[in-house]
Design a binder for this molecule. Structure first.
Ligand code: SF4
Length: 237
């Protein structure tokens, strides 16, 4: 068992005030760099800088195809494979840093969780996760939230509580007994957010199918993340 530490939260670099956007600017979020930074360790990332595109850089967009591609808007240059490589590298770094949550810049073709796609004549415009967000959505095991969901006192409070609950979960022993103790300790916090999902978590923790400890903990973690994400999504601006 690991001892509990300051939770690590990864954040799109532009929200931390770094001048990494396509136009050389930033999108500083004062709550993240102020209050939140006094509770957690912030880890900065920028997929488009990692792609080697620099700042300022040409604007990018996602296509409405399947699979979605990332193109430079002015020239049509396809930068999808660069984007996937950069995303895989950053994802591995965030895992090594034991991040429990990621705050993503909304509407970015890299970081946004739901981004508009552009259609050609034979397609319909739609939406897709940005390339980096998609990598995280498929595999991360981290709490994913856009900054737009953290604009109220309630949402910020809920996010910090979720981050600390996830850090406690990360540090606890493996096994059904430890999981059940975790669930008992956090039951009121979870119930206050979603009583149905909390009851489902209780059933997973009960492990009536007698699954191996690692497996039941993976299932529980997945459900725990969806409870927190649903709660925060419902509060998005
Ligand atoms: S790629 Fe992400 S971190 Fe970089 S500027 Fe765009 S939104 Fe911000």
């Amino acid at each position: 068992m690991e001892s509990e530490s300051r939770p690590a939260v990864a954040v799109s670099a532009c929200l931390l005030g770094e001048n990494v956007r396509y136009d050389g600017s930033h999108k500083l979020d004062a709550w993240i760099t102020g209050s939140l930074s006094s509770y957690v360790s912030l880890i900065s990332f920028c997929p488009e800088i990692r792609m080697g595109l620099g700042s300022p850089r040409p604007t990018l967009h996602l296509t409405a195809e399947n699979p979605v591609r990332m193109l430079e808007t002015a020239t049509g240059r396809d930068v999808s494979s660069l984007a996937h490589q950069a995303s895989a590298q950053i994802f591995a770094e965030l895992r090594n840093a034991r991040c429990v949550a990621v705050i993503l810049k909304s509407r970015s073709p890299s970081c946004g969780i739901e981004v508009s796609t552009r259609a050609n004549a034979s397609e319909r415009p739609g939406s897709s996760p940005g390339i980096f967000a998609e990598t995280l959505l498929h595999a991360s095991g981290m709490l994913l939230v856009e900054e737009t969901a953290l604009q109220t006192e309630t949402a910020r409070h809920d996010f910090v509580e979720a981050v600390f609950a996830l850090e406690r979960f990360r540090c606890m022993e493996t096994g059904t007994a430890a999981l059940q103790a975790f669930h008992r300790k956090n039951e009121y916090l979870l119930m206050a957010r979603d009583s149905t999902l909390c009851a489902r978590l209780g059933k997973v923790a009960a492990n009536s199918a007698r699954l191996p400890g690692v497996e039941v903990m993976q299932q529980y973690r997945k459900e725990l993340l969806s409870l927190f994400e649903k709660n925060l999504r419902n509060q998005a601006a």
